[in-house]
Design a protein. Structure first.
Length: 578
């Protein structure tokens, strides 16, 4: 098990919590008055039994009742206000950290650091928010007043005070036992549920594959095992936490009855009044209520503690993006110098000492066998993977000098496997902008030769698509992905196997788009197997085992390194590069 330093993450979370310090003080102030007003009920009972019943004065009863009604009204308003403040503390905490955690989740998922914590990052933040907004936090403030209520019970009679202390200690012991015994079952239940949900989501995403390969029964059998394990662990955790909750509630009710019984005995011994007996029982119920509530909601507390720990590690391993000086729009001049790249979580380099240069108006084809490092190079150029050694510079500036979102607008990327998001085609081309620029969307689609294709859809650009692409073919997905890559006037296009799903018309449209990019003084980098993809390339980079095998003008590299160069020259739209 690896050792993780989560100091920085804890400090960051505490700083965000500290921003609500004034609200916490306001909650504490309201708690003072709420708990003082909690004395209203026992004092009212004390006066009823010891004064009103003795004097048989209706005027006294009316006056006391009106006063008590007013005090309860004030207490209710303060308690309601306290709950509203706590809800806003939780909402403020989540709002302040939403973007930070989201960015950390994306960064960790792409570079492999803390990826196990990235999977639950947003849920961990929500678990902390729920705790901060829940009555459980109010009960923590109320526990501070428990000694005052127990002291009040001692004033009625020491024996009642000792009984209250004994009951309080017993409830605290139950709380610690609940934490100790239920911690592992709750953690197991949460992990099992996450795994089963993840498996179900994967099978839903790949529904067509499951259907076409006749995997329905085997998939269900495998999912059933995961869900049965999740159900079993959830029931086990629920039985344990529910058992402690019932035991606590039953024990507290017994304590109140025991308090009444002991009080009645003391009244019979003329050591206290009947009013004090009732008031003592009410005070003890109030003193122990926060402890009971904490035990009943202990699963929420443990989940929030686990979330706090996970987020501390995630934020420590993915530091916040530093502010960068805005640079002017770069020229399409990319220079890779002695690049060595380690894939996330691996020790074997995917690329070693790779150097090349792409100038404005050029197209570079990157060729090589599967596993030679082409896709790894694409990820490095996009800034997704950080170089272990060497530099990648865009117009003289290293990639890490650009904000990631700004860099993404300068370098368009078409991945090998195009993934859309839930939304319209226009929103997907506009990279999920809330308000897509219609003119820019249509222009990008036209450059990708996808405009006419999109207009043929039922609702054109407003056609709703899903994350798995719905009924779109591989070629249609690739054309939309190319339009997305060209959205916003990028200066460099990185295309990873761009025509793997394209027909002849699609390949022609792709080459036309590459010509337009070069004519505009921009650059294109193409990772390819098929020769039709590198038809418009002037330069070729050949990789073998992550090492540059050749780099230079296309004709020179193909003539010296590629076996079927003659066939490729004669048939540019067929065959493969080998």
């Amino acid at each position: 098990m690896r050792t993780v330093n989560d100091t920085n993450g804890r400090a960051e979370l505490k700083e965000m919590r500290r921003k609500s310090r004034s609200l916490f003080w306001l909650v504490a102030l309201f708690s003072v008055f709420v708990n003082i007003l909690m004395l209203t009920a026992p004092l009212y009972m004390l006066q009823i039994y010891d004064r009103v019943l003795g004097s048989r004065s209706e005027e006294t009863l009316l006056a006391l009742s009106v006063l008590v009604a007013f005090l309860f009204l004030v207490m209710g308003l303060l308690d309601y206000s306290r709950g509203r403040i706590l809800a806003r503390i939780g909402a403020k905490f989540q709002a302040n950290l939403d973007q930070r955690v989201f960015s950390a989740v994306l960064q960790a998922s792409s570079n492999g650091r803390g990826n196990e914590y990235a999977a639950t990052g947003m849920r961990d933040l929500e678990s902390i928010q729920r705790l901060l907004s829940s009555p459980v936090l109010a009960s923590i403030f109320d526990i501070l007043w428990t000694p005052l209520f127990i002291f009040g019970i001692f004033l009625f009679h020491p024996w009642l005070g000792y009984l209250a202390i004994t009951g309080g200690v017993a409830l605290l012991i139950l709380a610690f036992l609940n934490q100790f015994i239920s911690r592992d079952p709750i953690h197991t239940a949460n992990s099992s549920k996450f795994k089963s949900d993840q498996m179900a989501g994967q099978m839903r995403t790949e529904a067509e594959l499951v259907q076409s390969l006749g995997m329905r029964q085997s998939s269900f059998d495998r999912l059933s095992v995961a869900r049965d394990e999740s159900l079993s662990s959830t029931i086990n955790a629920s039985d344990i936490s529910g058992g402690f909750s019932v035991l606590t509630k039953t024990f507290r009710m017994f304590l109140q009855s025991a308090m009444l019984g002991l009080g009645a005995y003391l009244v019979l011994q003329n050591e206290m009044t009947g009013g004090a007996m009732i008031a003592g029982s009410i005070l003890m119920g109030r003193a122990l209520a926060p402890i009971e509530q904490l035990i009943a909601q202990w699963a929420m507390v443990q989940q929030a503690r686990k979330g706090w720990k996970n987020l501390s590690i995630l934020l420590s391993e993915t530091p916040a993006e530093r502010a960068r000086t805005s640079l002017p729009t770069p020229k399409a001049h990319l220079k890779v110098d002695q690049l060595t790249l380690l894939p996330p979580g691996q020790q074997q380099a995917a690329l070693q000492m790779v150097s090349f240069e792409v100038k404005p108006g050029q197209a570079l084809g990157v060729i090589g066998q599967s596993g030679s490092g082409k896709s790894s190079l694409a990820r490095a150029i996009m800034g997704v993977w950080t170089p272990a050694r060497g530099k990648i510079r865009l117009d003289g500036a290293a990639l890490d000098q650009y904000d990631p979102d700004v860099l993404g607008s300068y370098i368009g990327y078409l991945p090998q496997r195009v993934q859309l998001f839930d939304g319209t085609i226009a929103e997907n081309i506009a990279r999920m902008a809330i308000q897509p620029n219609d003119e820019a969307v249509v222009l990008a689609a036209q450059k990708a030769a996808a405009h006419d294709m999109i207009l043929e859809f039922p609702d054109g650009y407003d056609t709703v698509v899903t994350a798995n692409g719905g009924r779109l073919s591989g070629g249609q997905l690739q054309r939309i992905g190319l339009a997305r890559a060209m959205y916003g006037e990028p200066v460099i296009l990185v295309l990873d196997e761009p025509n793997s799903n394209l027909d002849n018309d699609g390949s022609i449209a792709l080459n036309t788009a590459i010509k337009q990019m070069k004519a505009a003084g921009k650059a294109v980098i193409i990772m390819a197997h098929r020769p039709s993809a590198i038809q418009e390339c002037e330069m070729i980079l050949m990789l073998e085992g992550g090492i540059v095998k050749a780099f230079g003008p296309k004709e020179d590299v193909l003539k010296s390194m590629v076996k079927n160069h003659a066939q490729i020259a004669k048939m540019p739209n067929a065959g493969g590069v080998s």
